[in-house]
Design a protein around this ligand. Structure first.
Ligand SMILES: [Zn+2]
Length: 360
């Protein structure tokens, strides 16, 4: 007993010094990780979706709940690049940074570690696939506005699958390059429609819009839940070891910037349908962890009143930008208990790395 406690103290000391001690060599219990990010999804956004839905959201079936602190390395209020990078890489950085630290040096993401470890992996978004949140998982650029450079990173990142808008950044570029051709030469299918994506069975990049995909109110339909379903099937086939995928409800944030309360509710309900797809996959595939989080709150949204029977709520906004408050996290499936608590957004990276048995 005495020897064990001394060993534990030594290990704790090494870890505190940032020595990156490898965990004991036992097989990780989590095989697949589905990380879902509601961009701008604070508690009021979720509650607006719940009220408009008229019945409990899938998110509300998650047994373990957390709160994450979202500030960036330089600002009380983060942007999606700094928070995406914190969640993806465990490194706090400056607003605007994509997969780089405060000195603009590249930092590896959990997706990068998973791919190196023999897992399949990818990203799904309803924004441009080169937009800040998905880009933080595969690109390394000093500024989120470098869409063409981010697209070049995408073509060389070795992802199993990427889905979103942003065709222009790959194919209609100022430098005349065509990174869809680069991807095809590397053995990828480049899909331009949801049906094309559903038929895919190998490495695939699906570019479903020139820029961002439409909003739900603008006619996006079920593209996010259906793409999520297709991608989970594709990833399951792609590696016997398992996979990591990030699925973003990108446009909760867009509607919140516009202070469009019905639009926010519609985007949350759509994102929640994708959550339901992920939960069903977890139920059918033991060893699957589903984590639903947000990168920051947008709009300073509050709901002073509402009516459940009429699926109606009043909304007020204090901002047309992001706010600094805690955002909720929900976890479901194998290993979900590790996500309860209050912690930094970088703790999401740490917990997923530990769940998958990945080391830095
Ligand atoms: Zn935003």
């Amino acid at each position: 007993m005495k020897q064990m406690s001394m060993f534990a103290a030594l290990l704790a000391g090494l870890l505190a010094a940032g020595c990156g001690v490898q965990a004991a060599k036992k097989a990780p219990k989590v095989k697949n990780v589905i990380l879902m990010i509601g961009d701008g999804m604070g508690p009021a956004q979720v509650y607006a979706g719940f009220t408009a839905n008229g019945s409990p959201l899938n998110i509300m079936r998650c047994p373990f709940i957390g709160l994450t602190k979202t500030n960036s390395a330089t600002r009380y209020t983060t942007d999606s690049a700094a928070s995406g990078t914190a969640i993806a890489t465990g490194t706090k950085t400056y607003n605007g940074a994509i997969g780089v630290d405060p000195d603009t040096l590249p930092v590896c993401s959990v997706l990068g570690y998973a791919l190196r470890g023999g897992y399949a992996g990818g990203v799904v978004a309803t924004s441009e696939v080169t937009h800040a949140t998905p880009a933080s998982f595969y690109a390394h650029q000093p500024d989120r506005n470098m869409g063409e450079a981010i697209a070049a990173d995408l073509a060389h990142a070795g992802l199993t699958v990427a889905v979103g808008g942003g065709r222009n950044h790959l194919e209609r570029r100022a430098d005349g390059a065509n990174y869809s051709d680069t991807l095809r030469a590397a053995g990828y299918r480049v899909a331009y429609t949801l049906d094309d994506l559903k038929r895919a069975d190998g490495k695939t990049v699906a570019l479903l819009a020139d820029g961002h995909m439409p909003s739900v109110q603008g006619g996006r339909g079920n593209a996010l839940p259906e793409a999520t379903e297709a991608v989970l099937g594709l990833l399951k086939q792609s590696s016997g070891k398992g996979f990591f995928v990030m699925v973003e409800g990108s446009q909760i944030d867009f509607e919140a910037h516009a202070n469009n309360a019905p639009g926010i509710a519609a985007e949350v309900i759509d994102f929640d349908r994708a959550v339901g797809v992920a939960q069903r996959f977890a139920d059918e595939n033991p060893g699957t962890l589903v984590v639903i989080c947000a990168d920051h709150e947008t709009g300073g949204m509050t709901l002073p009143d509402g009516n459940f029977a009429e699926k109606r709520f009043d909304a007020r906004f204090t901002s047309d930008y992001h706010t600094g408050v805690f955002v909720p996290l929900y976890a479901y499936g194998t290993g979900a208990e590790a996500f309860a608590g209050v912690y930094e957004n970088t703790g999401i990276f740490e917990r997923i790395m530990a769940a998958m048995g990945l080391g830095r």
